[in-house]
Design a protein around this ligand. Structure first.
Ligand SMILES: [Zn+2]
Length: 560
C-alpha cells in the first residue's frame, strides 16, 4: 500500500492572514520530488494562479535543509532526498470568497487548491490532514466544519482528517471559527448547516426548508444519494453572493438579510434568492461533481480545461435550481414564473446574444464570462442564463413532442446512470446523443440552433405549449427586472438610451454602453458621468413578463 501524503495546516498568524502549511512525503521521487499548486479551483473556470499567495517555501529532510528550486509559476523541485521530505510554506489568505482562502482573527476558510501542494506523480496516494488550532486564548472556542472524513479528530474538532487522494483533499473546503450549526437528515444522509458571521437566522426554518429541498433533489436522481454526509458552509456578510459546489459540501456566501428571521412566514424575495443558490449548488452534487465532461476527467489543474458543455452543467443546473423550489412547494407558481420572466429579461437585454453562441460562451468561459469588462454585454452571452433557457426549451419541446410522456427529467436520469454512477466523462456531443436516446425525439436541428448559432430561442412558442403566455413590454424604470405585467398602460415611451449605469454620489456613472442603443450612436463611453436627472430615463429596450394560465403539469413534481 502506498504511504499517505501528510499535510498539516495551522492558522499561524491570523492577524497577518498567514497560514503555515506543510506537506510531507515519506518516499520522495529519487530524481528530485516535484510539487505544484493548482492554477484554478474546479467549479470556477478562471486561472487564478494561487501560487502567487505563497510567500515562503522551504524543504527539509530529517532536520536537514534541502534545496528547493522553482521550475515555473507554480511548480517546484526539491533536491533528491532519501526521505521523508517535508515542504513548509507560508500562504497569505485574504480572499473572502467561496473560491479562495481567508484568515483573520474572527474565522478561517480555505479551499485546498489554495493551500495544499500537489505531489507530482503521487496524486492517487491517500492524504492525511492535521488541522491545528491557532495559538492564543481568543481561539479557544473555534471549531472546524468540513465534509472531509475524520481520522481521530472529534466531531467539529481540530485534529486528523483523511481523504482518499489529492482530488478529494482539495474538494472539501474547511471553515474554522465560532459558527452556528444546525443538522438534519435527508434520505438517510446527515446534513449540516454551518453559518459563520453575524446573523439572526431562524435555524429551525432553514433546517426544515433545506431538508425538503435536499430530499426533492435526491428523489429526482434516485436514492441512495451519492454522498455519506453533506455540509452547507454559509458565510453571512453585509452584501455578497456566491457559491461553489463540492462533492459533499458547498460554500455559500450571502447577505445576512437573505437568511430568514424568527417570525418570518413568507418566503421573501431575498430568502428566495438564498434558497435558489442552495438548490443550485446541491444539484451540482450530481450534475458536474459526478456527471462530468470528459475534459474534467481528470481535472488538469495546471491550465484551462476547455469544454463546450458548461451550458449543460451550469445552464441545466440553473434551470432546475428554481424549478425545484416550486416543485417541492417552497415557492408558488407565480413566483417561479416571475423568476423565469426575469431570466428571459436578462437574456433579452444582452445584445451579445447575437455575437456569441452558447457553445462558444462555454468554451471561452476562462477569458470571457469570468473576466467581464465594459463591453461584455455586447460581446457575449451567459451560459448560466441562456443555458437555463435552453434547458427550459428542451424540456418544453420534449414534453410537447411526446405528449408529456418524456421530459428533460428523463434525460438527467439517464445521464446519472450512464455517467454519474460510473464516473465515465461525458464527451462533447454526449448529452445530445443521450437526450435523443432517452426521449426518442430528433433533436439535432434544435441543438444546432440553440447551442451553435445565435438565433433567438423560441421561448414564446414553447411556453405556449404549456399554457404559459409570454409577452414583452417596455421597462418602467431602471430597477425594473421584468417578470411582472406592466403596472400601467402608459408605461411605454420612456427614452431608451441603451446603457447600464450605477449611482455615483449625486450623479450616475455609465458602466456599459449597449449595442444599437442611442447612447452608443451618440458616442457615450463606459466611465462617462450623467446627471441624475438624465439617469431616470436610462432604461433598456426589452423586457419580458410571463403570465400563466397554468393548465400545465410541468411545474408539478413527477414521481419516478
Ligand atoms: Zn453552478
Amino acid at each position: 500500500m502506498t504511504s499517505p501524503i501528510r499535510y498539516t495546516i495551522l492558522p499561524a498568524r491570523p492577524e497577518a492572514h498567514l497560514y503555515r502549511v506543510t506537506c510531507t512525503v515519506a518516499q520522495p521521487d529519487s530524481a528530485g520530488q516535484r510539487f505544484a499548486l493548482p492554477a484554478w479551483v474546479p467549479g470556477s473556470y478562471m486561472i487564478r494562479d494561487f501560487a502567487r499567495h505563497i510567500v515562503s517555501i522551504r524543504a527539509a529532510s530529517r532536520g536537514r535543509a534541502i534545496a528547493i528550486e522553482k521550475l515555473d509559476k507554480h511548480t517546484w523541485r526539491a533536491e533528491p532526498a532519501a526521505g521523508p521530505l517535508a515542504v513548509n510554506c507560508e500562504v497569505y489568505a485574504w480572499d473572502l470568497s467561496v473560491r479562495g482562502a481567508h484568515l483573520d482573527t474572527r474565522h478561517a476558510f480555505f479551499n485546498g487548491a489554495c493551500v495544499f501542494l500537489r505531489v507530482l506523480g503521487r496524486e492517487a496516494a491517500p492524504c492525511e490532514l492535521e488541522i491545528v488550532r491557532p495559538r492564543g486564548a481568543r481561539y479557544r472556542n473555534w471549531r472546524v466544519a468540513t465534509a472531509m472524513a475524520r481520522k481521530g479528530a472529534k466531531p467539529y474538532g481540530f485534529g486528523a482528517y483523511v481523504a482518499s487522494d489529492y482530488d478529494e483533499l482539495i474538494d472539501h473546503p474547511v471553515e474554522m471559527g465560532e459558527f452556528t450549526r444546525s443538522s438534519f437528515h435527508a434520505g438517510g444522509v446527515p446534513h449540516d448547516i454551518v453559518i459563520t458571521g453575524r446573523h439572526a437566522a431562524d435555524m429551525r426554518r432553514l433546517q426544515r426548508d433545506l431538508k425538503r429541498l435536499c430530499e426533492h433533489h435526491m428523489r429526482f436522481f434516485g436514492e441512495p444519494a451519492p454522498m455519506k454526509r453533506y455540509v452547507f458552509l454559509v458565510i453571512a456578510v453585509g452584501e455578497g453572493y456566491g457559491g461553489l459546489e463540492h462533492r459533499a459540501s458547498t460554500a455559500l456566501l450571502c447577505s445576512r438579510e437573505d437568511l430568514p428571521r424568527e417570525g418570518d412566514i413568507e418566503v421573501s424575495e431575498r430568502y428566495r434568492t438564498f434558497l435558489g443558490l442552495a438548490s443550485h449548488e446541491y444539484f451540482h452534487t450530481w450534475n458536474v461533481k459526478r456527471i462530468k465532461p470528459a475534459a474534467f476527467v481528470p481535472y488538469d489543474l495546471d491550465r484551462e480545461n476547455y469544454t463546450t458543455l458548461l451550458w449543460a452543467f451550469e445552464g441545466i443546473t440553473s434551470y432546475y435550481d428554481d424549478l425545484a423550489l416550486v416543485r417541492c412547494g417552497l415557492i408558488e407558481k407565480k413566483d417561479y414564473l416571475e423568476l423565469l420572466g426575469r431570466s428571459i429579461t436578462t437574456h433579452l437585454r444582452t445584445p451579445g446574444r447575437a455575437r456569441q453562441s452558447l457553445a462558444e460562451s462555454s468554451f471561452d468561459a476562462w477569458i470571457k464570462y469570468y473576466r467581464q469588462d465594459e463591453n461584455s454585454p455586447n460581446a457575449g452571452v451567459s451560459y448560466y442564463v441562456k443555458g437555463s433557457l435552453v434547458a427550459l426549451c428542451l424540456d418544453l419541446l420534449v414534453r410537447d413532442k411526446t405528449r408529456g410522456r418524456k421530459s428533460l427529467d428523463d434525460v438527467m436520469r439517464v445521464l446519472w446512470r450512464r455517467h454519474g454512477l460510473t464516473g465515465a466523462g461525458l464527451e462533447e456531443n454526449g448529452i445530445e446523443r443521450l437526450a435523443e436516446e432517452a426521449t426518442g425525439v430528433k433533436l439535432e436541428r434544435y441543438f444546432d440552433d440553440w447551442l451553435r448559432s445565435t438565433r433567438e430561442l423560441p421561448l414564446k412558442t414553447l411556453l405556449a405549449t404549456q399554457g404559459v403566455e409570454m409577452e414583452l413590454r417596455p421597462a418602467e424604470s431602471a430597477q425594473d427586472k421584468g417578470g411582472k405585467p406592466a403596472r400601467s398602460k402608459n408605461a411605454a415611451g420612456l427614452a431608451l438610451l441603451g446603457i447600464r449605469a450605477r449611482a455615483q454620489g449625486d450623479d450616475t456613472a455609465v458602466t456599459h454602453v449597449l449595442e444599437r442603443g442611442a447612447a452608443r450612436e451618440a458616442g457615450v463611453a463606459a466611465g462617462d458621468g450623467l446627471k441624475r436627472a438624465d439617469a431616470d430615463t436610462c432604461v433598456l429596450a426589452e423586457l419580458a413578463g410571463a403570465r400563466a394560465r397554468l393548465r400545465e403539469r410541468w411545474l408539478r413534481p413527477r414521481r419516478v
